[in-house]
Design a protein around this ligand. Sequence first.
Ligand SMILES: CC(C)(COP(=O)(O)OP(=O)(O)OC[C@H]1O[C@@H](n2cnc3c(N)ncnc32)[C@H](O)[C@@H]1OP(=O)(O)O)[C@@H](O)C(=O)NCCC(=O)NCCS
Length: 179
Amino acid sequence: MIDITEELVLKEINTEDYNQLYNLMNEIYPLAYSHFWIDNGAWYVNSQYSKENILRELSEEKADYYFVVFNDEIIGNFRIIWDEKLPGLNQENQVKLHRVYLHQKTQGNGIGKKLLSWLEEKAIKKGYKVIWLDAMDEQPQAFQFYKKLGYKYYSHTFLPYNLLHKEVRKMSQIYKRLT
Ligand SMILES: CC(C)(COP(=O)(O)OP(=O)(O)OC[C@H]1O[C@@H](n2cnc3c(N)ncnc32)[C@H](O)[C@@H]1OP(=O)(O)O)[C@@H](O)C(=O)NCCC(=O)NCCS
């Protein structure tokens, strides 16, 4: 357990938690992204949060994977990959924020900002120079959030998934230099 504030805690996800993580994301993900997908995101959730994929992600040594707990309730996930480079960015010591999803009912209350500030502080202490992540361009909430926290555009790609509506396939890589 990592206490970020009195109410906000990160709880490490363990291998026996795979079903709990799946159920959580089966609720949270569609609330934010179902309109992106022809099948409302079912295929995406089933593949990203399958037992097999969760166990694979948990076995990655350079990654940390947490439940976000707010007032004793699990309300999201948070995954960090240390030493993961943004393709094309020539800088040592980069960390990727791989996943951050908070339940709709808790969004807009400063939790995301506290999580990212905590990550920044930890990364700086560990000698990291850059935090980066992938963000969907057509999800303005997330985009505005990162912009406000000082993240800048670096590059973009288009996701190849047939089930994803064509007009929302753009995904940008955004980053922040740590000082
Ligand atoms: C994106 C997300 C992580 C942001 O976390 P959050 O707790 O809702 O955001 P916060 O309340 O900490 O907001 C931090 C700042 O961003 C701003 N912000 C948040 N949402 C915003 C929006 N829709 N428009 C403009 N600004 C916004 C806030 O105003 C706040 O600024 P302030 O400190 O000056 O008040 C969260 O909303 C979420 O999980 N969304 C759904 C899933 C998702 O899209 N995840 C990102 C995948 S890349």
